[in-house]
Ligand binder design. Sequence first.
Ligand SMILES: [Zn+2]
Length: 244
Amino acid sequence: MSRKFYWVTITKSYLSAFALLIIVLFLLSLPSSYQLGVLTATLVSTSVEYDIVLDAGHGGIDSGGIGAGDVYEKDLVLDIVLRMRDILEGAGLKVGLTRDTDMDVTHLAKSKGTRHQRDLEGRFIALHSGKIGMSVHANTSKSSAEQGAIVFYRRNSYIGKQYATSVLEAIEQVQVLNHDYPVPRSNLMLIKAKPPVVLVEVGFLTNPDDLAKLTDPDFRQSIAEALCKGIANFYAVYRSEQSE
Ligand SMILES: [Zn+2]
């Protein structure tokens, strides 16, 4: 083996190792929710049991956002979701919840990972037991001026956009909008579930007006009713399209 050839061989294997390192670093740099999405999207084999699955964000050790006076996102969104369950069940829909108490959803995860990854995977799997789904959150911002609701849907999903629009139009009747259009996202794992799922931020805990609203049970009832109206309007059309 000539010296030159030897050198080329070594350089080649160095290059391959370097390329591999770059790929690994790239994968590690992706948000964990993205990695998890790649891992589990094809593995979910949950059977559909519910018309809708509602996901109250956070829970247990994860308080979510915190507003002045120790107001926890996990508590507010659970309260809203429990109200929604009552309303939707009253309308004759079969409703599943990812949680109905102050806990996380790690117990539903099938793979290993950090607590956060297993929690997200548990919710992702649970959302597949519904024909449609909704994840409910409250927002925080560095700016206390930022306020209002946001509805996220899966980027490039026509049906997701229809759903999000229906929900946004209903929210608009009771709450200020942060974005007056549904916002497409490609990096939120839960909205990448097979059934149409939207993620709703009902307001900002860091904004005094929104915080006052969200800590008022009457407002939480109003927003729960609005979310259900948005769901029902979309679901009626969706169900008839599915059965055609
Ligand atoms: Zn949240």
